[in-house]
Design a protein around this ligand. Sequence first.
Ligand code: DC
Length: 235
Amino acid sequence: MTMPKYVAIAIDGPAGAGKTTQAKLLAKALGYTYVDTGALYRTLALHKVLAGQSDACLNYDSFPVVEELLDTAQITFGYNGQTDQRVYLNGRDVTNEIRTPEISAMASRLSAIPAVRAHLLDMQRNEALSGNVVMEGRDIGTVVLPDAQHKFYLTADPLIRAYRRGKEMREAEQTFDPVDLVKGIMERDYNDSHRETAPLKIAKGACVVDCSELTIKETTRTLLAIIALNNQPEA
Ligand code: DC
C-alpha cells in the first residue's frame, strides 16, 4: 500500500460557520498550510465585475460566456507565511477586494456551473501535493480530497452564523443590513447545497462539529482533539 506523502485536513460547511478561522488556527497549531478554496470562486466573480458585468447581466447558462471568463482569468495563490494566503487575479493581489456581499452572492452562483468547478479542481488538488494542508470549502472532503486523513463538517445555526458575520463586518467598519445578511446566508446555504455538481454535503467519514454554542477556542480544541484521536494507532 502506498502511503500518502502529505497530510490533508478537509473542512467543509455552510457560509459563516467559522471554517476560515478554524482552518487558520489548525494550520498554525499543526504547522500546515492553510488553503481557502472559496477565494477561487470569489476571484472569478470579481473578474466578471471588473469586466463591467454585474450579477444582473451575467448569463450563467451561456457556455461561451463561461469559457471566456475562465480563459481570461489567471488565478494564482501566494503565501505570506503558512496561514496568510494571498490570491492573485492576472498578477494583481485581490485578496481583500473579493470579500464583499456582492462577490459572495456571485461566487455562489458561479460555483454551481460544472465547467467552473472542473476548471478549478486541479488547482485545488495541486495545493495538497506539495505539503500538509488544511483546506476549507464546500466539497473538499467529498470531491477535491476524498482521501483526506481528517474530514470535518463544521456548522452552526444560520442565525448565529449571520450574527457572527455581522460582528466581523462591523469590526471591519463595513456597513450592512441585518435582514439582507440573514437572507444572504440562507440563500447561499440553499444554492450551495442544492446545486447538481458537488453540492455541499457531509463527506463520507467526516466528523460533524456544530459550533453554535462553542467559542472559537473551544471549537479549535474540539477539532484538535478529534485529529489526535484519529491519529491514535488502533489497539
Ligand atoms: O467559502 P466562501 O464563502 O468564500 O465561498 C464562496 C462561494 O464559493 C460559496 O458560496 C460556495 C463556493 N465554494 C464552492 O462551491 N466550493 C468550494 N470548495 C469553496 C467555495
